[in-house]
Design a protein around this ligand. Sequence first.
Ligand SMILES: [Mn+2]
Length: 323
Amino acid sequence: MQSMLNFLKTVRRKRVVILIHSLADLDAVGSALALQSFLRNSSVIASDLPTAKARKLLKFLKSEVSVGGQLDCDVLFILDTNSYDMLGNLADGVRNFKGEKVIIDHHSIHSDSIKADHLVVDNRYLSTSELIYELLKKLKCKILEREALCLLCGIIDDSAGFRNANRKTFSNIANLLGKTRMSYDDVLRFVRTDADVSQRLALLTACKRAEVEKVGGYLVAKSTVGSFESKAAEALVEIGADISFVGCRGKDGARISARMRDDLAKKLRINLATQVMEKVGRILNGSGGGHACAAGAAGSDIERFDEAMSECLRLTRQMLERK
Ligand SMILES: [Mn+2]
């Protein structure tokens, strides 16, 4: 943390690009915009359009994230990911980037993580926004209403309805709310958007197709959808599964999302990212990672999609039977 603070002070006026991951969520966009308030000569870019929720925040703030483009800068910041896989078609640009690379992220270190000159990667934080907030506070950077809203959106959205929140998260939220005239409810308007029809249809399809297995008293569900696989995996846990895997096979690649009830990570000492999805990612000729209770895998080998889905179940059975 201290070395990152010292470093940030030295690059304040340098030409900076803040790169965020593909399908940038509120945490990625929120943390990038907040950091931008400190790095005066910076722009935010991504390989593709941010999610609908993040675009709503950008529109409200009359701000934007450039899609694609050159990494033309002295210092490259990468936020909310430490994996090349999440950078879309900008991954090669990052690999070949000659200037200084910096990563600030709250995901566990990826097996193929981006080599950076400076990094704070700490999975004890629930969001990158919270990490950025702590850095900005320590830098004595004045946080205006705009940045407060960005950070609030990022922190609240990534806290999964506060199920994973700790004492510090709540105090950070209270402090940030004090910096804006918005009420908590006003902020929630950005975080909670009504799901569109296609998303609701995907979740209902996931339920309809779900195969549920009882392993050692736990319910493990697997299903497939055409999109929104992470939302669908979340939905299956919400309605009763202890662990869920939802896959989505596209034309050029396949993705699988995994979710587990939060209390089970500690109770069973299971980590879906390292014990399941990293291995499953390799089957798909890609990679996997994430958190203990929320993980995913993606890769290009769509022929092995069914095998990858079965492997999720097999590894889970193995873990649960050992308990
Ligand atoms: Mn995040």
